[in-house]
Design a protein around this ligand. Structure first.
Ligand SMILES: CC(C)=CCC/C(C)=C/CC/C(C)=C/CC/C(C)=C/COP(=O)(O)OP(=O)(O)O
Length: 191
């Protein structure tokens, strides 16, 4: 798909690409990592969470690399949403961070966070040995979005990154999150 296509009309088209390139990685990870024997959520719910983590990671990866991809003539952004903010490919290639670009980026970041939020429910359903690395990667990738914000949405000339200290500080937090047991009651039955 990547060799044939370098523009995507809308998020639906992009979602298919994200599914192929990253969602599948999440799905394949579940049987390797294992589901907690005490989990009471359906396998489908857990696989969906894994898929959403793959999509969230890929969305973040794309948002971090917009400038780099543009230098290779590639735009992995929804064309209709660019248009909604008065933008087009030319604006991506010109690398000028305008108010329109910032507003566009805010929406893209919101979407990536939404997928990470969906994935969270599944992380503690995994076998306990797998939870810490999954929480760590989820948190570290989510921090790339914060870094794009801290760069005032300039992902056209700057590459967002998370410094070593911030990364190290996230690890104990991820560890603490990994300690909580899987839900035994699905969220929709607990209220
Ligand atoms: C949450 C539950 C239930 C399970 C976890 C399931 C997992 C591990 C999901 C994560 C899947 C994953 C690691 C996807 C990778 C997506 C990604 C960022 C791919 C980037 O690939 P490239 O585009 O080649 O990267 P570069 O741009 O860095 O070269």
């Amino acid at each position: 798909m990547d060799t044939r296509k370098n523009r995507y009309a809308n998020f639906q088209e992009l979602y298919l690409y994200y599914y192929y390139v990253a969602g599948t990685v999440g799905l394949m990870s579940v049987p390797v990592m294992g589901i907690a024997p005490e989990s009471s959520l359906s396998a489908q719910t857990i696989y969906n969470a894994a898929l959403y983590l793959g999509i969230g990671n890929q969305l973040t990866n794309i948002l971090r690399d917009v400038g780099e991809d543009a230098s290779r003539g590639r735009v992995y952004l929804p064309q209709d949403e660019l248009e909604k903010f008065g933008l087009c490919d030319k604006d991506v290639f010109s690398r000028k961070v305008t108010e329109g670009w910032r507003e566009f980026m805010k929406e893209q970041i919101r979407r990536a966070r939404f997928f990470f939020d969906l994935a969270e429910e599944g992380a503690n359903q995994l076998h306990k040995a797998s939870r810490w690395p999954v929480w760590s990667s989820l948190m570290l990738y989510r921090m790339i979005l914060d870094s794009i914000e801290n760069n005032d949405y300039d992902n056209l000339t700057k590459r967002a990154y998370v410094g070593r200290t911030k990364k190290l500080m996230a690890l104990p937090v991820a560890y603490a999150k990994a300690l909580s047991s899987p839900r035994t009651t699905p969220p929709w039955q607990s209220c």
